[in-house]
Write a protein that binds this ligand. Structure first.
Ligand SMILES: NC(=O)c1ccc[n+]([C@@H]2O[C@H](COP(=O)([O-])OP(=O)(O)OC[C@H]3O[C@@H](n4cnc5c(N)ncnc54)[C@H](OP(=O)(O)O)[C@@H]3O)[C@@H](O)[C@H]2O)c1
Length: 185
């Protein structure tokens, strides 16, 4: 009885010094890591912050873009949402798996709703201007799987160890919970 349990997941990558972004893009160029991201989110509905969205060369159908700017111009198949809860509800309504793809401000607001976090831990520090939110209590989440790979950072040509970790949160919040619906005036 009952429907399928909803699964909302987040996905991202973080350097050993906590950096995840630089000048509106990634601090590193690791093609295999990017390919892992693309393969994992293929066919999913995405929740994404406006700055990350604007940095994306291509966006799939069913991209829900968080922004408080009412006049935002988006690409076909993309929709503006003005809260994490509204964005997740709309993404779930597509019937597709749902991935929260960042950036930092969106991870910080959306993690309570995520059952899984696909986090690539890059075992090297990088210069950056955007930090992975320390408020996400991943240390309390269960590690479902972890795979280590030695990859190459293309700008430097250096080998870099990457750990592809999948975390699970036991009791994520439902996006409908805690949302106050005001009566019509
Ligand atoms: N390493 C990774 O895995 C990864 C993943 C994603 C992004 N990044 C990097 O992270 C950086 C961007 O992260 P960021 O935190 O600065 O920006 P962001 O989260 O991509 O976008 C921030 C914008 O999203 C909107 N927003 C965020 N939270 C909202 C909320 N609760 N309600 C309504 N609107 C909301 C606001 O847009 P408005 O200003 O339009 O209102 C805000 O200015 C970039 O360098 C990007 O490349 C890295």
């Amino acid at each position: 009885m009952g429907g399928e349990p909803i699964v909302i997941a987040a996905i991202g990558a973080v350097a050993s010094n906590g950096m995840l972004g630089l000048a509106g893009w990634l601090p590193w160029d690791i093609p295999e890591e990017l390919a892992y991201f693309e393969a994992t989110v293929a066919g999913a509905a995405l929740l994404v912050g406006r700055l990350t969205y604007e940095s994306m060369a291509q966006v799939p159908e069913d991209c829900f873009v968080l922004s408080r700017r009412g006049e935002l111009t988006l690409r076909p198949g993309s929709h503006r949402v003005d809260s994490v809860e509204q964005g997740l509800a709309a993404a779930l309504a597509t019937g597709k798996p749902v991935f929260v793809i960042g950036g930092a401000s969106v991870y910080a607001a959306a993690w309570p709703y995520c059952q899984r976090f696909y986090l690539t831990r890059i075992d090297m520090p990088f210069a950056g201007d955007t930090v992975f939110p320390e408020s996400i209590p991943l240390a309390d989440w269960r590690v479902l799987s972890e795979e280590r790979k030695l990859l190459v950072e293309r700008q430097s040509g250096c080998p870099v160890g990457c750990r592809f970790v999948v975390y699970e949160q036991q009791a994520p919040r439902h996006p409908g919970q805690g949302v106050c619906i005001l009566p019509a005036a």
